[in-house]
Write a new protein. Structure first.
Length: 333
């Protein structure tokens, strides 16, 4: 049997569908029964709701050791997708606890239960920092602790260290480091997770664009590669998953065109983005509002890191979906 954590998130929900479509016997853990509806909405979106009933749901938490004891019964393979994603400095402790301690618990149980293979969903945020002579960030790029990193990036890097510890103790693993994962365009609020926030902002008339770039990938490619890696003989390797490095303005324009919304038309340069996050901090502090822009997200919006996907293409012969075409396709769902 296969165990999936984070089954109510974007990656986890699509992975559950992909696994069941391929005849796998699947168990998924949940913390809040109401959130299972998010996963069901994904199955409904693809008109596969009948397959949803094949999931063996069990209440558990990656931070609750006794509940994991039950979740791991009869498990042979583990996909660890659960994580806290936040760039708010106030969430530093929660990020470290969920992403690092939670992953350590999953690794420990996988070792104790002699799991055949463990897959960890990390992030390009946990990849290294470019040296002056380097152009592309790869799986081998060194992490420089002297350079600034977001609390989220540090937590995912720390989680990876727990997974590599598992390797030293005999656990077979694969790690993926996906870029920005684009999923379906939300039809209802219950679907608004992950990249859906980007769609919603553009639909609501986002006025600003930046000329920074990062790696993007379609959710269908992510889960397909996850499954292929787990079924392959590949072990104890990590892979960067991006379809392409794309300028933020171009992605926003594609989304705007598909949604028949106005394209963002105000260039937010680095100076302006830094002003915005400071203003957002002051506003959220004074009025006790949730942060909508942090220093980390502002910096990411104008950074121009380039990521290489050559390793996964060589390993599996992967041909990625065109991200712009994917956005057009999911608009028809």
């Amino acid at each position: 049997m296969v165990l999936v954590t984070g089954g109510t998130g974007l990656v986890g929900a699509h992975l559950l569908l992909h696994l069941i479509e391929n005849g796998e016997n699947v168990r998924a853990i949940y913390r809040n029964l109401n959130k299972i509806q998010k996963t069901k909405s994904v199955f409904e979106l693809y008109k596969k709701v009948d397959l949803f009933e094949k999931i063996n749901w069990i209440e558990a938490d990656i931070l609750d050791v006794p509940s994991l004891e039950i979740a791991f019964v009869d498990i042979e393979y583990v996909y660890h997708c659960a994580a806290l994603i936040s760039f708010n400095p106030k969430d530093e402790d929660a990020l470290r606890k969920t992403n690092i301690e939670g992953t350590a618990n999953m690794v420990n149980f996988s070792l104790a239960k002699e799991i055949k293979k463990f897959c960890f969903v990390s992030s390009i945020a946990a990849l290294g920092d470019l040296a002056p002579h380097e152009t592309y960030i790869t799986e081998e790029t060194d992490w420089n602790p002297e350079k600034p990193h977001s609390d989220y990036a540090i937590s995912k890097y720390g989680a990876e260290m727990e997974v590599w510890r598992g390797v030293q103790e005999g656990l077979a693993i694969v790690i993926i480091n996906p870029g920005v994962i684009l999923g379906p365009i939300p039809k209802t609020k219950i679907c608004e997770q992950g990249s859906a926030e980007l769609y919603v902002k553009v639909a609501n008339g986002l006025p600003f664009y930046t000329l920074g770039n990062t790696g993007f990938i379609a959710i269908n490619d992510v889960v397909k590669i996850l499954y292929q890696l787990m079924k392959s003989d590949i072990k104890n390797e990590r892979f960067t998953l991006i379809a392409d490095n794309i300028v933020f303005r171009d992605i926003l324009n594609t989304i705007a065109d598909v949604l028949k919304a106005k394209r963002p038309n105000i260039h937010a340069n680095p100076l302006f983005m830094n002003f915005l996050w400071v203003a957002d901090y002051i506003f959220s502090t004074l009025f006790f509002q949730k942060r909508s822009l942090t220093k980390a997200t502002a910096k990411a919006s104008y950074s121009k890191n380039l990521y290489s996907n050559e390793k996964i293409k060589t390993a599996l012969g992967t041909v990625f979906s065109d991200v712009h075409q994917y956005i057009q396709e999911v608009s028809k769902l």
